[in-house]
Design a protein around this ligand. Structure first.
Ligand code: COA
Length: 307
């Protein structure tokens, strides 16, 4: 049993063996809960994130019993994800992590901020812990999915006049893509501030495939893009395709590009023989939800953020 509930605070990248302990803890929780406690960004930041703060609670035998990661990269709010190993739950570790994370956010030298915590899968224990800490739901993220065995891929979508689609070229298209992405997601708390390093980290992942990253241009000017991702099932989860990001420049919105690119992304993933396509969207993004519903997607899971 853990000897104490106050975590150690570590700023900046973790060493390789500590990062491996965090990944193992996250896997044990995912096996137990049926949903992964840490999302892609905190996992990518374990050994590289300059703005990440790690909170580590160890048991008496030195093993990692609980972990939280805070992201202090956004100007106003600090985001966090936290997880307690299944065997050490209900002994105050979650409460201790949450209190410590709030303290780190409130005392940040750059700017004091309030904390927002993601709970993947909206599990009862997370709701109870948040309620215990006086936090309530401030944001809801939906996973939507499309079963390709039931929905055969529609005919190639029609593109607006003069628009052509081609694959992303690494080494050439990064800056144009980042500019349109930042414009398309200007009001989005995470996606809109994706840095050159964040993009490079994703392009270095084994799943990255430029053939599944499509750019829509008119006269050589980038208007929109769809980026897909293949989950091959090697990590024990079900194989699925993901519509990872669809972004349309504000000047090109309303032309039907979002729906057309979603269709092209789905067709690409279907051509890879995947049974299912998933995507994530904010529940209150009605335009996006309408676009995906029209393409046949239905809500399949919910993540909530407490604040
Ligand atoms: C949510 C989670 C972090 C809680 O960790 P924990 O160490 O078990 O929580 P604590 O022991 O500190 O619990 C503090 C309070 O939260 C509430 N709580 C936590 N788990 C609960 C459960 N399963 N059922 C009911 N209440 C619960 C209780 O009020 C508890 O106080 P009490 O034990 O005095 O009654 C843990 O279940 C977990 O890792 N879940 C998967 C990841 C996740 O959902 N993270 C998001 C967290 S917002």
């Amino acid at each position: 049993m853990p000897s104490r509930t106050t975590p150690a605070v570590h700023r900046g990248p973790l060493d390789g063996s500590t990062a491996a302990e965090v990944r193992a803890l996250a896997r044990a929780a995912a096996d137990h809960d049926g949903v992964a406690p840490l999302s892609e960004q905190p996992l990518l930041q374990l050994e590289s994130g300059p703005d990440a703060v790690h909170l580590l609670t160890r048991a008496e035998d030195g093993s990692l019993a609980a972990y939280a990661q805070l992201d202090l990269g956004a100007p106003e709010l600090a985001g966090a994800e936290l997880v307690v190993t299944p065997a050490a739950r209900r002994s105050g570790l979650g409460r201790g992590l949450l209190a410590a994370a709030r303290q780190v956010a409130a005392n940040d030298p750059a700017a004091p901020r309030s904390l927002r915590v993601w709970a993947h899968g909206d599990l009862p224990a997370a709701r109870a812990l948040a309620a215990d800490a006086g936090m309530s739901v401030v944001r809801e993220l939906w996973q939507m999915s499309l079963d390709l065995r039931e929905h055969p891929v529609a005919a190639r979508p029609t593109l607006p006049n003069g628009v052509e689609v081609r694959a992303f070229v690494p080494g050439q298209d990064e800056e144009a893509w980042r500019r349109v992405n930042a414009r398309a997601f200007a009001h989005h708390p995470e996606q809109g501030r994706l840095t050159r390093e964040d993009l490079a980290a994703r392009m270095a992942e084994p799943w990255f495939d430029p053939a599944g990253f499509l750019l829509a241009e008119r006269d050589g000017v980038l208007l929109a893009s769809v980026w897909t991702k293949v989950h091959d099932g090697a990590d024990g989860t079900d194989a699925a395709g993901e519509i990872y990001v669809v972004g349309v420049d504000p000047d090109a919105q309303g032309l039907g590009l979002g729906g057309a690119l979603t269709g092209l992304g789905v067709a690409h993933l279907a051509s890879r023989g995947l049974p299912r396509v998933i995507l994530y969207t904010d529940a209150d993004n009605t335009v996006a939800v309408r676009t995906y519903t029209r393409a046949g997607f239905v809500r399949s899971a919910v993540d909530v953020q407490f604040g």
